[in-house]
Design a protein around this ligand. Structure first.
Ligand SMILES: [Zn+2]
Length: 181
């Protein structure tokens, strides 16, 4: 747990700076409203004296707090962060040859560690594997459209058809050629 040695004031600081790296690590109860939030919540920050901190969502709820409409703390972590939702949506429309880690970085507008952690948490994969998956899916589409394997392999980032074929077989258990039929 990242917050183990943090003081209440340090937690408060993470909260008022909307640090999404700590979402799920602690929850913030606002005494004046009876609402609890995740650290990245962008609601107006309450005074330090009006907040208390919880390690888990359950503790906040047991202490009588209700979920926040803005950060959907009640549903955390079932709900993907908004940036991740729009990121995955946008990525499906990116041309094959532009799909890479830099693109993820550019579109997400959060730190790489945040990207990495959230991919693990919500998508159960790494950004690299996610990109690779998307590429392979797009590759299938192109192959079906009749684009030759050399071109598709090249767009997917492979220097040779054999390298592309190898990865393709590893992933789907069939050769790219099989799908042409
Ligand atoms: Zn909130």
């Amino acid at each position: 747990m990242k917050i183990q040695n943090k003081t209440a004031l340090e937690l408060y600081e993470l909260y008022i700076l909307n640090n999404s790296d700590f979402d799920g690590e602690f929850f913030v109860g606002v005494k004046t409203t009876g609402i609890f939030c995740i650290p990245s919540c962008t609601s107006k920050a309450p005074l330090f004296k009006n907040v208390e901190f919880f390690n888990t969502k359950k503790e906040a709820i047991q202490s009588g707090y209700r979920g926040c409409k803005r950060c959907k703390s009640e549903y955390y972590p079932m709900l993907k962060p908004n940036w991740l939702q729009s990121l995955t949506r946008s990525l499906t429309n990116i041309p094959l040859d532009e799909l890479n880690i830099n693109k993820i970085q550019e579109l997400s507008m959060v730190s790489y560690s945040t990207v990495h952690r959230n991919f693990k948490k919500y998508l159960n994969t790494t950004p690299n594997n996610y990109i690779q998956n998307l590429k392979m899916k797009q590759a299938i589409k192109l192959i079906k459209e009749g684009v030759d394997l050399t071109t598709v392999g090249f767009l997917c980032g492979y220097n040779s058809v054999s390298g592309f074929r190898h990865s393709f077989i590893q992933k789907f258990g069939v050769t790219p050629g099989t799908l042409k039929i």
